[in-house]
Write a protein that binds this ligand. Structure first.
Ligand SMILES: Nc1nc2c(ncn2[C@@H]2O[C@H](COP(=O)(O)OP(=O)(O)OP(=O)(O)O)[C@@H](O)[C@H]2O)c(=O)[nH]1
Ligand SMILES: [Mg+2]
Length: 405
């Protein structure tokens, strides 16, 4: 077998846990890698054991000190996630004292958190209830752009501030899901990827109370992959964008287009369309839902993960606006065009299009563990939503809800 090129090696190490053990052994025999390299790149421990057995590598044969050094470096370079650090600790690849001594971010307190870390425990499930009367809030954006995190952070802040009250008459499954992701977020644990199936599309019904006014809201949770699949299907037959008919409901709407700043800055390395291409595709699909757009209070462009903005970026919302206009020019033109076409229907006091930065807080360990929650972002967004939905009150929307008309 010909030796792998450095690029091929890099690709293999990136996807190490997807490669069959047999091939991994072949690569060692071929002289491309040694087992240390695999361990350093977080190969699952059971696979490591299999390889050791096969190659009769005995414990102690590996240079433990060298391996530990590489692990500490990876942690310090912010390239290792909390689950992998925990596993290296369990495998005795590193010691507790070694972590504290050699890793800048790890002290006694963080070490305890690593030891006690448990992954996220729940996935969203369709709640089967029909959508409640209120304003529906949709999140669109690529997988991993941070939609579920934004949702959890809004609820976390809203509950803490006492302004989001569960509407238990509906969306029981949605509430169960929301309660758990919020509880876990408080402990630094981030939600798992939302399943890319219509069945995982759910909503959480809540009442936003501002100045003793009630604003009923339905937050719709959906996976980015489902959104990507919808963006690929242009024949109009694909129902994923209108899962459970939520998009075509008569309710008023708010859209969050979540743009992953970090993904864009890193060069959109993932497979499939870029974020810009996907948003344009989604906007074309939304053309089939004229009513939804006509009934839309606001489209928020969320430039997400703003904790990764340059430290000298100045005002984050200004930076986000400029970033969007410069780097997502075609999406901006597309949206401006949609806005111009319904100019006469729009609320002159509240912009139909808003660009906002968002960050759920401060992270450590390659964005896998949240150490501080940001309250400013959810507060600003909730405030803004309440201004848009205030118009519903003036239009008698709530009277309809409570049957007073
Ligand atoms: N730096 C930073 N990273 C974030 C932030 N929010 C989310 N992340 C990272 O992005 C990852 C994905 O977040 P999710 O909310 O699960 O993404 P999603 O868009 O819901 O993904 P799908 O469910 O697959 O569509 C998280 O696990 C974090 O690592 C943020 O504010 N800042
Ligand atoms: Mg999600």
């Amino acid at each position: 077998m010909a030796k792998k090129t450095p690029l091929q090696k890099e690709a293999i190490l990136r996807e190490i846990n997807k490669i069959p053990v047999k091939s991994l052994i072949g690569l060692i025999k071929n002289g491309d890698f040694n087992l240390d390299k695999y361990i350093e790149h977080d190969l699952d421990s059971n696979k490591v054991e299999e390889i050791k057995k096969e190659l009769k590598i005995i414990e102690g044969g590996l240079d433990k000190k060298e391996l530990a050094k590489k692990i500490y470096k990876k942690i310090n370079d912010d390239k290792m996630i909390v689950q992998h650090i925990q596993r290296h600790l369990l495998n005795n690849d590193v010691t507790e004292e070694g972590l504290i001594e050699n890793c800048d971010q790890i002290d006694e307190n963080i070490l305890e958190k690593i030891k006690r870390y448990e992954g996220p425990s729940i996935s969203s499930e369709n709640n089967k209830d029909p959508l409640q009367f209120g304003t529906d809030i949709f999140f669109y954006g690529k997988s991993e752009s941070g939609k579920t995190c934004v949702l959890a952070s809004i609820f976390n802040y809203g509950n803490k501030a006492g302004i989001l009250i569960d509407n238990h008459k509906a969306s029981i499954k949605g509430h169960e899901y929301k309660d758990i992701i919020v509880k876990e977020l408080k402990r630094g644990i981030l939600p798992r990827r939302t399943n890319a199936s219509i069945d995982a599309v759910t909503y959480i019904s809540t009442i936003l109370k501002v100045k003793e006014n009630d604003h009923p809201l339905n937050f719709v949770e959906m996976s980015g992959e489902l959104f990507s699949n919808a963006a690929l299907e242009f024949d109009g037959l694909d129902g994923s964008i209108d899962a459970h008919g939520y998009l075509s409901s008569k309710n008023k709407k708010i859209f969050f287009f979540v743009i992953d700043y970090q993904m864009h800055k890193d060069g959109e390395l993932g497979k499939g369309k870029t974020q810009e291409q996907e948003f344009n595709a989604i906007l074309s699909l939304l053309d089939d839902y004229e009513n939804a757009l006509d009934n839309t209070h606001c489209i928020y462009i969320i430039i997400n993960k703003s904790d990764k903005f340059p430290s000298d970026c100045g005002d984050k919302n200004e930076f986000a606006k400029k970033y969007f206009i410069k780097n997502f020019a075609s999406v901006n033109t597309n949206l401006q065009d949609k806005k111009a076409r319904r100019k006469h229907k729009l609320d002159p006091k509240n912009p139909w299009l808003r660009v906002q930065h968002y960050s759920i807080g401060d992270f450590i360990f390659n964005n896998s563990y949240l150490i501080n929650q940001n309250d400013e972002c959810p507060q600003r967004i909730i405030n803004s939503i309440s201004k848009h939905t205030d118009k519903d009150r003036k239009d008698g929307f709530l009277d309809k809800l409570f049957g007073n008309d």
